[in-house]
Design a protein around this ligand. Structure first.
Ligand SMILES: [Zn+2]
Length: 369
């Protein structure tokens, strides 16, 4: 067993192997899969442990009674096409076939053209089982499969893709039961479906699913554990991809906007000015001084916490004619004796952050009080 890890972005193929021969080479130890979930928020790629069982590369003479090269090529390409994948021909050192993770392509060794027709089709169907499992669950080794992904692929290929019943990797009744669950769309135990409450996060597709901005109300089935802050999901259209679970997070609190002119910046890239009295659901922090919030329309965005900061007490201006500023440092007139401001907090040594009667946030000189 020769196991190596390959960065998925750098390789076109993963060796998911059907043994070439049906003799002593046919039964192999289950392929090992190390837990690998190196998915980052920025780079969403399926990460798979690529496993290359060390099977001797069979010479064409192995396929006694097999097809001619020309016939085999036609048969394999037609079978692949029928099952929705395309074939790349490439000499492989350790296997007759591979599934190229994240694509609808399989790689077949040209020597496999000399197999008997039924065996060649079984080879294609095994690789197609990997493809279909990956389409359903976003990866070839979903959580319910674990390390036995080759055995389960064999079982799946036999049960649902028409592969012969001989044992390449071999499967058990438990592998067949898992294959049945995969066919039914189950990728992990305790699988749940969430409804998106907060719109605007990006669905980053895997296996060619594409990317899009998620809408409120969308149903997302969680098919993998959270990794790098995102979770692998399948949407209602059957697309698989990564999504930030904040999309269905419960609010930690609800706040009412008290300050005028506060900007709500959506995570989808828009912005608008909040009205006083608007209700926001707080979902977390956003940098220093801002919060990640959902608005009444279900848009996800971030807003300065000053939008709802409480006034601790009311102060009355004693000294007129000091310049008042906006939080953006623009002049906002002069202090007027007798005017009242609500104290939010001390801004610095010279100014208070205060809210005036119209809800405007102002920097008022401390010496005015
Ligand atoms: Zn395989």
């Amino acid at each position: 067993m020769n196991t190596h890890r390959v960065a998925p972005a750098l390789v076109a193929t993963a060796a998911f192997v059907l043994p070439l021969a049906l003799g002593p080479w046919a039964v192999m130890a289950p392929a090992g899969v190390a837990a690998a979930d190196a998915v980052t928020a920025a780079v969403v790629e399926q990460d798979t442990q690529h496993d290359d069982p060390t099977v001797g590369h069979m010479p064409p003479t192995t396929y006694k009674g097999g097809m001619s090269d020309a016939t085999g090529k036609k048969v394999i390409e037609a079978e692949a096409k029928r099952l929705g994948v395309t074939v790349t021909w490439k000499h492989l050192n350790v296997a007759a076939g591979e599934y190229a993770v994240g694509t609808n392509k399989i790689v077949i060794d040209p020597d496999a053209r000399r197999m008997k027709e039924a065996d060649a089709k079984t080879l294609v169907r095994h690789e197609v089982a990997h493809y279909r499992i990956a389409k359903t669950c976003g990866r070839v080794n979903p959580p319910i499969v674990g390390k036995r992904f080759e055995n389960v692929a064999d079982a799946y290929a036999h049960l649902y893709v028409g592969a012969l019943s001989y044992r390449g990797y071999g499967w058990t009744a438990a592998d067949q039961a898992i294959a049945a669950k995969l066919k039914a769309g189950t990728c992990m135990s305790g699988q749940t479906t969430k409804t998106v409450s907060w719109a605007g996060k990006k669905f980053s597709g895997v296996n060619g699913s594409g990317s899009y901005t998620v809408a409120r109300g969308a149903k997302m089935t969680i098919i993998g554990p959270t990794s790098g802050g995102n979770v692998l999901v399948r949407d209602a259209a059957g697309r698989t991809g990564y999504l930030d679970p904040v999309s269905w997070a419960k609010a930690t609190s609800t706040v009412t906007v008290a300050s005028t002119g506060q900007v709500f910046t959506t995570v989808a890239g828009g912005k608008y000015t909040l009205a006083r009295g608007a209700r926001l659901s707080v979902l977390g922090n956003w940098g220093s001084g801002s919060a990640l919030v959902g608005d009444a329309q279900g848009r996800l965005g971030h807003v300065s916490k000053d939008a709802w900061a409480a006034v601790t007490k009311t102060l009355t201006v004693k000294v007129a004619n000091h310049t008042v500023f906006t939080t953006g440092a623009a002049s906002a007139g002069k202090t007027v004796a007798g005017a009242s401001y609500g104290l939010v907090r001390s801004w610095d040594g010279n100014y208070h952050l205060m809210r005036d009667g119209a809800g405007n946030l102002r920097l008022v000189p401390k010496k005015a009080f």
